[in-house]
Ligand binder design. Sequence first.
Ligand code: CMX
Length: 138
Amino acid sequence: MIKKVHHIGIAVKDLKDSVALFERLLGLKAHVEDAPCQKVTEAIFRFGEGLEIDLVEPTGPDSAVAKFLEKRGEGLHHIAFEVDDIDKDLRAMEGKGVQLIDKQGRDGVAGKIGFLHPKSVNGVLVELVQPFHNRHSR
Ligand code: CMX
């Protein structure tokens, strides 16, 4: 059911500075997009049809990423796995004893998404993504 690592999310305080840094490091251009549903702005670096690295900057103090930055500082925020069927795969994870943050998939930038609680995954925030079919913008 997990097809591949879809993206790795990195929490940053200043998206502009971090985009400049990662563009230099990766030799790729970022695609920047607001994700009001997550209260973040994302800079997406895509390696061909494969893995993405997403830099995420909070858009306000009530964003989960703002809380993360305050508590833990900049760094790896989440890892996202691509799945076929978000609702089925969330249920399957729950069946394996994983604590869900989202009981059902909801709309995100990349597709239908749902999070698993870091407390039940060795301290790692995990996102499941069922990509939208039409993802030409990313
Ligand atoms: N990775 C690992 N641990 C994390 C974490 C993360 N990203 N975010 C929070 N935690 C830890 C905290 O350090 C804290 O641990 P301690 O109890 O040991 O201090 C614990 O989880 C609880 O954290 P909290 O700060 O009290 O925050 P909340 O419980 O209010 O929320 C979480 C934590 C994970 C449930 C919430 O951040 C969430 O729902 N996240 C999913 C949505 C999200 O992160 N969206 C951001 C953008 C994603 C995207 O771009 O796709």
